[in-house]
Design a protein around this ligand. Sequence first.
Ligand SMILES: Nc1ncnc2c1ncn2[C@@H]1O[C@H](COP(=O)(O)OP(=O)(O)OP(=O)(O)O)[C@@H](O)[C@H]1O
Length: 638
Amino acid sequence: MSHTVSDPVPGGASKAAQAASVPAAAASAPSRGLNTRHVVLAAVALLLASWGFLPEFSVTLLNYIGLYALVALGLVMLTGVGGMTSFGQAAFVGVGAYATAWVCTSAQAAQWLGGLPPALLPWAGLALGLALTFAVAWFLGAITLRLSGHYLPLGTIAWGLSLYFLFGNLEVLGGHTGLAGVPPLVVAGFSLASPRVLGLLIWAVLLLALWALHNLLDSREGRAIRALKGGRVMAESMGVDTARYRIKVFVLAALLAAVSGWLYAHLQRFVNPTPFNLNIGIEYLFMAVVGGAGHLWGAVLGAALITLLKEQLQDWLPRLLGSSGNFEVIVFGLLMLVVLQRFADGLWPQLAALARRWVRPAPSVLPAAAPLPARPLPPRGQVVLEAREVTKRFGGLVANNAVNLTVRAGEVLALIGPNGAGKSTFFNMISGVDDPTTGEVRLMGKPMAGKPSREFAALGLSRSFQHVRLLGQRTVLENVAVGAHRRAHRGWIASMLRLDRAEEASVLAEARRQIERCGLAAHADTPAASLALGQQRIVEIARALASQPAVLLLDEPAAGLRHLEKQALAKLLDQLRAEGLGILVVEHDMEFVMNLADRITVLEFGTVIAEGTPAQIQGNQRVLDAYLGGGDDLGVAA
Ligand SMILES: Nc1ncnc2c1ncn2[C@@H]1O[C@H](COP(=O)(O)OP(=O)(O)OP(=O)(O)O)[C@@H](O)[C@H]1O
């Protein structure tokens, strides 16, 4: 027999559904007045209306800002959002530019393409550029993204240089002289030869990319991407394949750079290696960081600032210094130091904070939410998690020594022991974060040797962490929604095109339901980092519950909670036990443990020294000796 988790909050589902149909960000904001969508539309209308009257020079500058912003946008996704630094994006711009230049100018390409009309050659060039970029980026990403710390940026410098020298040394690409005679783009018989006309396409592509990426970040997939930065262990535990997501973000950033290169080639009508060297790669990173690497519009701001500044400096510095040279690079270096020192998140957040006085966030209204599919829970009493002779050695230190333990559906098992006894190590072993040196872990009867933690999540295990792992700047709602990642399926393209709204409504409704159930409804729309540490632990529990687990592992859930909060937590865990979850708790608060647990396992120096009911453990002399030097009654009030 099996059963599913019921809704313990009277009317919870309907409340959650209502909440989901109300835009989260706008819930507390006034419904009238300017919102960000109005501002963007007004800016686009202004740009369009004035485009025909702008001086030639301004159009040229705006075209370059658009092209650079496209590359910086990829870097925002990669660096600011995904937490990976690349100095090599200019090389991908080069791949996009050279691919189309070669297709459009080479006799060999013309022969291969067998009589393709000239107007279609640039589009064949785009297809080739994207395909090449996809293949190269996937390959480089698969190699480079395994590197961590400073090895990753060093890796990007290495392949950035390699590609740059490749462009200059391949005869077929014209060597250092490059390829001339790249034709203008032609769309439906209409030539985009004039920079003023091509500029419209450049900005249309940029705005489209901004819209699609905004949508992507505001989705299940976006939450998983955000979790890559500093939250990979957590994301894996919630079922996200982080290695795959990292490569996908890397490829996405490279494709944006390649599109920029394609447009650049048809704007310049000439391609040589110089604009794709490492210096320019660093400049792209400047743009993203100065603008605000965590914000999509920061890419546009950064590209505009750096382009305009460079333009002015190239004019003024030689005059001031009385000789010519790339002096602007020195100023950029100093500027970077000042910005990083004063505005670590870049300039966009400053601008956005100012604008917030007059402009509120645009509402994102979701359709009514249907419940997410429910997973049947195993019958009460069935063994859901089992550790057999689990040993973990760190060099000569035995952190866990042949530990045996079982968790059954519908019970709370507590794992206790003095500091350093090996509880967290064991936790990591039974949740797939780490592998035992010897011994076996079984989840739902399945052997889990060598399986990553996302496979534990797939089988119904969810956990909280001893050191809280939340996305601090994101709201409690978004954090908890990460827990429901595996229960939804819409991918990147659907998210970019906003085809995921019904599913997103269900995910957010489920997240709200779990937040309400954990007593944090009042904080749902506040950033997680602004909560007290104890409350953050409860957010972690809500996030774990959003995955609808059959096994729940909680690492010190009561730490930092006040008395009443502990009581509420105990009541919630009681409720979950009654619903049939198997719960394993590591906890130092003995009163909490003794009042809650059905059984207790005691670890000392990595070895199990006692097992039994709370009453048996409290009377066990070996436990008293080990735990408290034999002098106390485990601190439990009579
Ligand atoms: N990655 C590691 N490398 C080397 N030693 C480690 C590692 N992780 C844990 N240890 C050691 O293993 C032992 C058990 O540590 P663990 O953190 O599992 O204990 P704990 O019972 O969770 O302690 P606490 O209650 O203080 O969190 C300790 O001696 C610790 O120093």
